[in-house]
Structures are given as C-alpha cells and as structure tokens.
Design a protein. Structure first.
Length: 419
C-alpha cells in the first residue's frame, strides 16, 4: 500500500477562515508526506487539522454531523493517493449541521489519527484504560481516531497497561511475531526518548533508566516525555490492534496512515525541538503527517516544500504561503523572518530603549546630548554590537530613520556578521 498523499485542501467559511486553498508538497516515492503549519494563534492551524480529519470521515458514518469544531459552509479535500476527493457542505435546512456532499474516495479508506494540543499523555485517563473503538462498519481494517482534535477531555490509552499486555502476549507466544513486535516497540520508545537507554516492564510499573533520568517509573517522567510517548504509543497501539496481521518486528515499515498532530513539540526542551521532526520521520517512514508548531527550532527539521505559513490579515482573510527555512538560518533569522514575523528578539525593556533612541535620532538630537549619551551607554552595555565603532554608529543612525524595525534589523545583521 502506498503512503497517503494529500494534494489540496479548499476551505470556504470554515470557522474563522473566509476562504483558503492549501496545496501540499508531494513526498519522495514510497515515503510519508510531511506538512508543517506555522501561524499566529487564531490563524487557522487547528481548523485545518480538523477539516482534514472530518473530510476523511468513514463513509459508514455519513449523514448529518454537528458542526462542533468545524462549522463550515464548504470544504473539500483532494488526495493524490488514494486518488479522489471529499466535499462537505452545510445542510440547507439546518446550518448547525454539515453533510458529505460528494466523495470519490475508494470504499476502503485509509487510517487517520488526530491528536490535539490538549491530548494528554502516556498516563491516559484515571481508569488506566486500554480500550479501542469498535471497527468502522464495513471497513474492519481501518483506523479513524481523532477525538482529541475536538474534545479536550478525550484521553489516550494508558501506556503502561498496554506495554504490559504486549509483554504478556510476547511471553505467551514463546517467540515469533508477538515477541518481535514487543521488542521493536521497546526499541522505538528508546529511539524516541532522548537520554532513556532501557525500559523494563514489571508487574506493577514500567521502569526506565538512562542518563536523563537515572531510574524512575515511566509514570514519573517529565511532561515532554509523557506527551510525546503518549501520542506515539497510542498511534502504534490503535494501528496494531486493527492490523494484527501486519504486526511483527518490522511493523513501522507498514504503518501507512495519516496522522494529524497539533503542536507536535508540546512541552519539549529546545534541544529536543531541533530533532523531533527528523526523529518522528525516521520512526514512521511511510506515515504521512500534518503538524503544527510555534517554535523556530522545530522547523529546522523540515525539508523543502513542507513548511506553510498561515497569516490572518486586517480584513479577516487568511492566506497560506509555502516558505522554506534556509539552511544555516539561526533562531533570530527565523523569528524575524517571514516564518514568525517578529520585528526584534530583544527583551521589552531594551526594545523600549531602542525606540527612545530612534526617536532621538529622528528629532536630530546631537551626539553630545547628555540624555542621548546616557541612553547609548546603556544600550552598548546590553548590546555589544550597538555603536561599537564609528561605522556602526553611522549605520545605526541611518537605520533608525526607518523606525524600530529598521534599527533592530540592522543590529541583527551586524551581530550576525561578527559571529
């Protein structure tokens, strides 16, 4: 089975998005597709994930669907693999419901899983539950699990209980596919969690060991570990439950699915943010992903064609622009570039002093003015590149005429040149 390939998403009056077309980059042959969405809060990133999930709703669940999460007049998803499209529209008789207006997708769909920003983690719910939704009617070999994209109270499986169940199945089998599957799952966990070198499933708890934690119960891991482990193990558990015939030591090479993850780097330290995309890409090579992030370090792991920047304009319209982060770009470059659009990365007090300095220059305050000299002395103490040479001072005076943004940009370029 070939990886799922999204081609285009068209939205019209979907929640706060008046109209938007998003074209997806085709992946390398035989590899999962990746799309990384950026944008300020309220720009529509989560709405896009919800719309994709709804568009791929199983046919057996066709009919009127309440507009919780995705209240829309119309949205259409085009897929290149499997070839087809699905269109949903508001019911004329009831604007609070939508229905599938048309679909050309094959009757047998593809696995779709979604994980919202309030998805919880590996601890699952208070009942330590490991239950799975009943199979999709008429599509017994399909996973469609997206509740946490819409419901903040939705919970993932309880990871410890599921791991114990898998170890028990492996021991009971005396080897073979269940044993190979369990061992591969453990290696997957160790590969995903930095600083964790071993995992032991006991009768009462799962224990992990490594440089990052020494020795502790899995349940006592930090939120970054639990959040990442939570959705990845939930994905593996639900996929393997439905596709038991494909489960062995090489199961990850068969996990053809579409996974939607809001804030994929939730709770992660910057060191982990830099590598999370590549680690997930390597772990699930044939799985396609649409993910969101607010972090510049995370997009350093993106490949050409994958990053899309959403922007909401003053008139309420939303646009999408595909912009590749250049190799060698540092965090300041990304934060002050078109990916995040900040005018500066300095602290608010320093920004205010830069603004005061720019105002002094625009008013023609002479260099020997006591107030200007005191302000410039403070800025030089804070910013080693601020007016350190006569040439710098000339450049900064010229840049200040264009306001704070021009001044901050000039400082960033001087700083980069002196690294």
């Amino acid at each position: 089975m070939e990886p799922i390939v999204l081609e285009r998403l068209e939205l019209r009056a979907v929640r706060g998005i008046p109209e938007l077309t998003l074209d997806f980059q085709a992946p390398e042959p035989g590899r999962g597709q990746w799309t990384v969405l950026l944008g300020e809060n309220g720009s529509g990133k989560t709405t896009i994930l919800q719309a994709v999930a709804k568009a791929l709703r199983p046919r057996s669940e066709d009919g009127a669907v309440p507009c919780r999460g995705v209240a829309s007049r119309e949205y259409t998803l085009h897929l290149a693999e499997p070839s087809g499209r699905s269109q949903w529209r508001t019911l004329p008789s009831n604007a609070k419901n939508i229905e599938r207006a048309e679909t050309t997708f094959p009757a047998v769909g593809r696995d779709v899983l979604g994980y919202g920003s309030r998805r919880g983690g590996a601890l699952g719910g208070p009942d330590r539950d490991v239950s799975f939704d009943p199979p999709v009617a008429g599509e017994l070999d399909r996973v469609w699990f997206v509740p946490s994209l819409f419901d903040p109270n939705a919970r993932l499986i309880h990871a410890e209980t599921w791991l114990r169940n898998r170890e028990h199945a492996a021991l009971k089998s005396g080897g073979g596919a269940p044993q190979a599957f369990f061992e591969s799952v453990v290696q997957t966990v160790l590969a995903l969690l930095p600083g964790i070198e071993s995992l032991e499933v006991g009768s009462d708890e799962v224990t992990v060991r490594g440089a990052a934690v020494r020795e502790c119960a899995l349940a006592d891991l930090a939120d970054g570990y639990l959040t990442t482990l939570g959705w990845t193990l939930d994905f593996i558990a639900r996929w393997s439950h439905v596709h038991a015939d494909l489960v062995d030591g090489d199961f990850r090479d068969r996990m053809v699915a579409l996974v939607l993850v809001d804030e994929i780097d939730l709770h992660l330290h910057p060191r982990w943010q830099r590598t999370i995309l590549q680690e997930i890409r390597d772990t699930f090579p044939v799985t396609s992903f649409v993910v969101t992030t607010h972090n510049p370090l995370t997009i350093q792991g993106a490949r050409p064609g994958e990053v899309h920047v959403l922007r909401r304009h003053d008139d309420g319209s939303v646009t999408s622009r595909q912009i590749d982060p250049p190799l060698g770009a540092d965090v300041d470059d990304l934060l002050t570039g078109p990916w995040f659009g900040l005018s500066t990365t300095y602290d608010p007090d320093t920004v205010e002093k830069l603004r005061e300095h720019a105002d002094l220059l625009r008013r023609g305050t002479p260099r020997d003015d006591a107030g200007r000299q005191e302000l410039e002395s403070t800025l030089r103490d804070r910013l080693s590149v601020f007016g350190a040479t006569p040439e710098d001072r000339e450049l900064l005076e010229e840049a200040a005429k264009s306001g704070l943004e021009g001044l901050a940009g000039k400082l960033s370029r001087i700083r980069a040149a002196r690294k």
